[in-house]
Design a binder for this molecule. Structure first.
Ligand SMILES: NC(=O)c1ccc[n+]([C@@H]2O[C@H](COP(=O)([O-])OP(=O)(O)OC[C@H]3O[C@@H](n4cnc5c(N)ncnc54)[C@H](O)[C@@H]3O)[C@@H](O)[C@H]2O)c1
Length: 307
């Protein structure tokens, strides 16, 4: 018995990198997988047949998979991807919004096309693929479904030269929080991944810093993301929703969500003198909060859990 036996799953951008590992792992755990990938270059230009290669690999290993080459970046593409899964499997339970591209430039050089292309694949792509699935869940009253979205430290923490990508990835975290609320009554969970893995998107950046990276090692390769996504897709994660999990360098962690960590109440309209007193106290509160969180977040050995 596999933990995903009988589940129909869509994994977007599953022809390479992290998505490919998720599709393979889903199939190993019994899911029927729609392997979606447009197959273009890392900047989103062009197209190719990588989805079919991964679907064939799954079938050769005894699993069930079909390929789909549509783009996540349009409403028609999102509909076609979802319909392909329904046609193939008769039902759908899991959607992994993983497809991605990069157009890194500082804002000074960021052209409209670089902004639009990244927004279209990432932020709009999440909308285009999630909407048909959400409507299907409501129309069929299907229970126990999963949506697993892909954000990034670029959007959650910030990264130089990625204002387009960071804005899209922060938007995905916000989108996911809202979707978790909207789909809760159908027992559909919505969680977000912040991954760190050596793939064609990141290897050039890491090597640009003069660092060598072994994409086959368990701590650096894309395979480390897949087991966590499989767990989130499985019944074990029935009660886990609205969360952001950071998976990188062999560790898995849960990220904090935006929250007020200290506040003051005014006695009348704020004066500049009031703010001269209050604002430094708020900034200090933030600094000590960050310091404490940093210490608490240091990866612990697995033996620290109660298993
Ligand atoms: N690798 C990391 O460290 C890292 C860090 C943060 C976030 N991410 C995110 O993880 C996800 C996977 O990235 P990866 O590193 O595996 O990259 P990757 O380039 O190896 O894989 C992404 C896949 O998405 C496909 N794709 C791109 N545009 C598409 C479209 N319009 N429709 C369908 N498929 C499309 C590509 O063809 C590619 O095969 C992305 O959302 C990325 O932003 C990755």
């Amino acid at each position: 018995m596999g933990i995903l036996d009988g589940k129909g799953a869509i994994v977007t951008g599953a022809g390479r990198g992290i998505g490919r590992e998720i599709a393979l792992d889903f199939a190993r755990h019994g899911a029927r997988v729609l392997v979606n990938d447009l197959g273009g270059a890392a900047d989103g230009t062009g197209a190719g047949g990588v989805a079919e290669e991964v679907a064939a690999e799954i079938r050769e290993a005894g699993g069930e998979a079909v390929a789909n080459p549509d783009s996540v970046a349009s409403v028609e593409g999102g509909r076609a991807i979802f319909q392909a899964a329904l046609d193939a499997f008769g039902a759908c339970d899991v959607l992994v919004n993983n497809a991605g591209i990069l157009r890194d430039k500082s804002l000074f050089n960021l052209e409209e096309d670089d902004w639009d292309a990244v927004m279209a694949v990432h932020l709009k792509g999440h909308y285009c693929c999630s909407r048909p699935f959400a409507r299907y869940i409501r129309e069929t009253d299907r229970r126990g479904c999963r949506i697993i979205n892909f954000s990034s430290v670029s959007g959650l923490l910030g990264n130089f030269g990625q204002s387009n990508y960071g804005a899209a990835k922060a938007g995905i975290a916000g989108f996911s929080r809202v979707l978790a609320l909207e789909l809760a009554k159908y027992a559909c969970t919505v969680n977000t991944i912040s991954p760190g893995a050596a793939t064609r998107l990141t290897i050039p950046l890491v090597e640009g810093r003069g660092e060598k990276v072994d994409a086959d090692s368990f701590e650096r390769g894309p395979a480390q993301i897949a087991p966590v996504v499989t767990w989130l897709a499985s019944p074990a994660a029935d009660d886990v929703t609205g969360q952001i999990f950071h998976i990188a360098r062999g560790s898995v962690g849960i990220m904090q969500q935006p929250a007020v960590i200290r506040s003051f109440r005014a006695e009348s309209l704020w004066t500049q003198d009031d703010l001269d007193a209050v604002m430094p106290a708020l900034v200090d509160a933030r600094r000590s909060h960050d310091e404490r969180i940093k210490q608490e977040a240091t990866p612990e050995p697995l033996s620290g859990t109660s298993r």
